[in-house]
Design a protein around this ligand. Sequence first.
Ligand SMILES: C[S@@+](CC[C@H](N)C(=O)[O-])C[C@H]1O[C@@H](n2cnc3c(N)ncnc32)[C@H](O)[C@@H]1O
Length: 339
Amino acid sequence: MASTSLHPLHQSLSPKYPHLSHNSRFTPSRLRFTSLRFPSTIRAASAVALEPEVSTQQSQTLEVDPFACPICYEPLIRKGRPGFNLPAIYRSGFKCNKCTKTYSSKDNYLDLTITAGMKDYTEIQPARTELFRSPLVSFLYERGWRQSFNQSGFPGPDEEFEMAQEYFKPAEGGLLVDVSCGSGLFSRKFAKSGAYSKVIALDFSENMLRQCYDYIKQDDTISSTNLALVRADISRLPFASGSVDAVHAGAAIHCWPSPSNAVAEISRVLRSGGVFVGTTFLRYSSTTSWIERPFRERVRWNYNYFIEEELEDLCSTCGLTNYSKKVQQSFIMFSAQKP
Ligand SMILES: C[S@@+](CC[C@H](N)C(=O)[O-])C[C@H]1O[C@@H](n2cnc3c(N)ncnc32)[C@H](O)[C@@H]1O
């Protein structure tokens, strides 16, 4: 694999992280994903302001989470069981005190899209986003669809994961958000690695998140103690500015409605020193013949395929530095850091 402009941190590709032993296993049969809404009596501006009410409701716990309102980016206040794990999050209600909007879990993921709770308005996204909302594509994704990327030079999930982990070393122990996680192929690996205090699997597709939940249920080795499933739009990430240590976007940027809005959002949520790692298909690479290039320029199908220079330009224009990349045929893994 050709490796260019490699950041010194990223030169070795043989990371092996010690797996943490998790005492608490995910026990799906005991879960009931009821969504508790905030009682209308709660009017606090912060968790501290809510204290008097807490003292009168001993059975309920309020805590501040990594989640922020997708409308105003104020931190959301949780009411429900404490802890950053699937059962606790899905049995909780979240509220933005500024917008007075509540957010709750649907089936098995927390819906933090702006449209959450809307009754009459329906928004249709570009085809490259809508495609992945289909139950069939979500079902097929890890059953052949993703494997077909290897023909374009994708090394495959295990190697891509190891490569990403190497880039993410400065973010170890922090909050990792796997944006556009699909059915959670990499989110599950990040959660299992034990390298992060919290992992958020985030996607716009309800069916991808349902599929992700099904895979988590089937895998006893995935800890329930540090993983959340969240529905959100990449152009409106539900996190406060500077609050995220690592953002992973596997095979995703070409699917986003506005890659520039999305990378700007990623840059906004990353803390100083935080790391962004993405993979995608190149329109063509430096090794593509000049004869083939005009053809590749015209045939873009539905997706936003990039050339190497565009990805670097996008990252730097959105305020990210230390850009580096690895290229193999049409596959590129790129990384950039928040200064
Ligand atoms: C090709 S899949 C990638 C899945 C996985 N990350 C991987 O590496 O295989 C692209 C994902 O991007 C998601 N996506 C598309 N538009 C999005 C948006 N506006 N916000 C968040 N995710 C989006 C799709 O739902 C889909 O799951």
